[in-house]
Design a protein around this ligand. Structure first.
Ligand SMILES: *[C@@H]1O[C@H](CO)[C@@H](O)[C@H](O)[C@H]1NC(C)=O
Ligand SMILES: *[C@@H]1O[C@H](CO)[C@@H](O)[C@H](O)[C@H]1NC(C)=O
Ligand SMILES: *[C@@H]1O[C@H](CO)[C@@H](O)[C@H](O)[C@H]1NC(C)=O
Ligand SMILES: *[C@@H]1O[C@H](CO)[C@@H](O)[C@H](O)[C@H]1NC(C)=O
Ligand SMILES: *[C@@H]1O[C@H](CO)[C@@H](O)[C@H](O)[C@H]1NC(C)=O
Ligand SMILES: *[C@@H]1O[C@H](CO)[C@@H](O)[C@H](O)[C@H]1NC(C)=O
Ligand SMILES: *[C@@H]1O[C@H](CO)[C@@H](O)[C@H](O)[C@H]1NC(C)=O
Ligand SMILES: *[C@@H]1O[C@H](CO)[C@@H](O)[C@H](O)[C@H]1NC(C)=O
Ligand SMILES: *[C@@H]1O[C@H](CO)[C@@H](O)[C@H](O)[C@H]1NC(C)=O
Length: 634
């Protein structure tokens, strides 16, 4: 009897839920657990915390997103520590979470990625910008913000735009700083500039350590500094630089987006902080304006006063990305369920063995998320509009449309002097307008508004100085005996005068900066020195240059570069000149005496031949021999 009822029930059931679709309509759980690890008290973290909580409220109050399922978030404070990051990530995954928001710091991201790879829990980070995290080594790392790859490309483009060649990189010596600067080096190389010196600093360096690093780089010849560090102590570096007078005129500081994050978070920034960073150029991730963004920005002060105990603060771009990250996860989890995913975990055999092998750490509580791969795929396929604009991933895992704003700190605030987009490089119009046109990265389209550089000047700094420990240019000058109008040694041992020296000093005066030099006589002063030897010495590096009446010959141009000739002879034919006295026999000169003899003999021979042929028939050749000879000659 029971069997019949069961059969009826099955029939009834399959009538209402046709077999094909019932497979995919998985029962959604009421709650999905997600975790978040970041530093609550950091500049980025405290903004992100409010943004994440707000986003969670919004997602959970909108049943349409997850069809009634709620997200439950567990947050852990890593307090700037990579070690705590690992421990807390492990603590989170034992709560059967499906994804981790964060970590905030790239260093932690490198470490926690190993846990994510093993347990198949996607890491969705809104703040870890280290370009190396995009590597194939970390398949479960998803970056929902811009990679520093693009930020460094933007900095390289700015440096190329101002035609600087040598850059000094000051950075925090951890994964975040090192990998970012290494990408900067690659990008600079594409425009034939380079990092002439790398100045690493210990993470969390003291004021003394920073001073030592900066004093050292101040002795270098480059005046272009790229500062890549964290929002939490970047200002300390600039403060030390200011104390050392390294924010005066002639210096250029291009700092990565940590500064704009600080300015956004703590605005209005106190006047003595802003006084320290006058003229600094920084970047800020560009997000397009939208209704959602305006709503979040206007509601922000309410949010911070409700949620944050540590006082009101502004909304930075990382806050926007953190907000979108929660929404992105919600959309991805929805998609995951639609594709038949279910939330189940299984034991990691490797860990179970470890747990059995003794020791007190309960490794066997960690389990693998079976749907990890599917959720990862769902995340990569998300296509939504968030507060940061359209959100979508390219095939290599970057967010679409990487773009930055270029910002110049002046007065009490800052000024936007242009945009950089991966699409078209530097421009003064927002990237959204450029996306409608074909990409154009030609030199003439690259544009920025004027920058007010450190020292309150709008004149573009030259970017380098003669290093303090530098030597003067050694200029070889031929110590000639003849043609002393061109160069000659005059009063004093090393002083020269003459036309060539005048041209040289006049040319130097045209340079916008001073060039220290020393004229060194070449030759003993008794004989004319050989110019070829002087040229060889320049080529050999004994002299840096030579000044004087040096003829430009093919052989010499193979060894050294000549300036434009400033005394020119033009094309000439050279002939020897000999003085000859003119007399009445001058008409004989065209021919040599031999020629005259031959001509005379020929003359006679012709006469004789005519006589032989004609004297039998011609009456003129008759008569006495004397007359015949006269006729022949005539
Ligand atoms: C958190 O930050 C505030 C100010 O930003 C500071 O006063 C406080 O000491 C910080 N707390 C910790 C635990 O670092
Ligand atoms: C959403 O949930 C309702 C019942 O809670 C269910 O009828 C509907 O099919 C679900 N929609 C999707 C797309 O899963
Ligand atoms: C964070 O670490 C600092 C020392 O590095 C410590 O003073 C502080 O109490 C820690 N904060 C929390 C919330 O653990
Ligand atoms: C702040 O937000 C809460 C809840 O959204 C609302 O009730 C309150 O009126 C808001 N306050 C202000 C000043 O907007
Ligand atoms: C669930 O639906 C997706 C398409 O939405 C399909 O690709 C997948 O194979 C289905 N899964 C099952 C188990 O039928
Ligand atoms: C979850 O899905 C897997 C296949 O992806 C399946 O083997 C397993 O039985 C499902 N679990 C539940 C509870 O539906
Ligand atoms: C950035 O630009 C390069 C070349 O212009 C292109 O190959 C790449 O796909 C772009 N990246 C993104 C994320 O748009
Ligand atoms: C790029 O812009 C420049 C100047 O506006 C123009 O001359 C050039 O033809 C443009 N190139 C392309 C590929 O559109
Ligand atoms: C040119 O230089 C070569 C060696 O570099 C030398 O052998 C040759 O004699 C030189 N010619 C003249 C005309 O100085």
């Amino acid at each position: 009897m029971n069997k019949v009822w069961l059969l009826v029930f099955v029939l009834f059931n399959s009538e209402f839920f046709p077999f094909g679709s019932s497979l995919n309509v998985t029962t959604r759980p009421d709650v999905v657990n997600i975790g978040a690890i970041f530093s609550f008290n950091s500049t980025v973290g405290k903004v992100a915390r409010v943004a994440i909580e707000a986003a969670l409220e919004d997602v959970n109050s909108e049943p349409a997103v997850l069809n009634g399922t709620k997200l439950k978030l567990t947050m852990q404070d890593t307090n700037y520590s990579g070690f705590l990051g690992i421990v807390e990530a492990l603590k989170l995954v034992q709560n059967e979470i499906v994804a981790i928001i964060g970590p905030q710091f790239s260093v932690t991201a490198h470490l926690v990625s190993h846990i994510a790879n093993e347990l198949h829990v996607p890491l969705v980070s809104y703040a870890a910008t280290d370009p190396a995290l995009s590597s194939l080594q970390y398949p479960f790392f998803v970056r929902t913000t811009q990679s520093d790859l693009f930020q460094m490309a933007a900095i390289a483009d700015i440096i190329e735009y101002y035609e600087w060649r040598n850059v000094i990189a000051v950075f925090v010596d951890d994964d975040h700083g090192r990998n970012g600067i290494s990408v900067l080096g690659d990008k600079l190389e594409e425009s034939r500039a380079k990092i002439s010196y790398k100045a690493p600093m210990r993470p969390g360096a003291t004021r003394n350590e920073i001073t030592n690093v900066l004093v050292k780089v101040d002795l270098m010849d480059s005046r272009i500094f790229v500062l890549h560090t964290y929002a939490d102590w970047g200002l300390e570096v600039l403060d030390v630089a200011e104390t050392l007078g390294m924010l005066g005129s002639g210096y250029v500081w291009i700092v990565t987006d940590w500064l704009s994050t600080v300015l956004d978070t703590y605005s209005p920034v106190s006047s003595n902080v802003i006084a320290n960073v006058q003229g600094v150029v920084t970047l800020r991730m560009h997000t397009s304006d939208s209704k959602q963004k305006t709503n979040l920005v206007t509601g922000w002060s309410n949010l911070t006063s409700r949620k944050a105990s540590n006082g009101p603060f502004g909304l930075s771009t990382y806050g926007l990305y953190a907000y979108d990250t929660v929404w992105l996860l919600a959309h991805a989890i929805d998609k995951f369920f639609n594709q038949g995913g279910n939330i189940s975990f299984s034991k990691d055999s490797r860990l179970t063995q470890l747990g059995l092998g003794g020791g007190k750490l309960p490794f066997d509580v960690l389990s693998i998320f079976n749907g990890g791969e599917l959720l990862l795929k769902s995340i990569s396929e998300v296509n939504m509009i968030g507060v940061t604009g359209p959100i979508k991933f390219t095939s290599d895992g970057y967010l679409i449309h990487p773009a930055y704003q270029v910002i110049n700190v002046v007065g009490n605030g800052y000024r936007r002097i242009g945009y950089w987009s991966n699409y078209s490089g530097l421009s003064i119009v927002p990237p959204e307008i450029l996306y409608r046109k074909p990409p154009n990265r030609s030199r003439s389209t690259q544009q920025l508004y004027d920058v007010i550089w450190p020292g309150q000047t709008t004149q573009k700094p030259r970017g380098w100085v003669f290093p303090n420990n530098g030597r003067e240019l050694r200029i070889g000058v031929p110590n000639r005996v003849v043609y002393r109008e061109f160069v000659s040694l005059v009063q004093g041992p090393d002083t020269f005068g003459g036309y060539c020296i005048d041209v040289f000093t006049a040319a130097l005066n045209f340079l916008p900066y001073a060039v220290p030099y020393k004229l060194i006589p070449f030759g003993d002063g008794h004989n004319n020195p050989k110019v070829s030897d002087l040229v060889s010495l320049v080529a050999a590096g004994v002299y840096d240059a030579a000044v004087g009446d040096l003829a430009i010959t093919t052989n010499r141009t193979r060894m050294v570069d000549f300036t434009q000739p400033y005394i020119e002879s033009g094309l000439v034919v050279v002939a020897p000149v000999r003085k000859r006295n003119s007399n009445e026999w001058a008409f004989l000169r065209p021919f040599t005496p031999m020629m005259w003899c031959v001509t005379g003999i020929l003359f006679l021979v012709v006469g004789v031949v005519v006589w032989i042929l004609e004297h039998r028939i011609n009456d003129d050749f008759r008569g006495p021999p004397k007359r015949q000879i006269v006729t022949i000659l005539w």
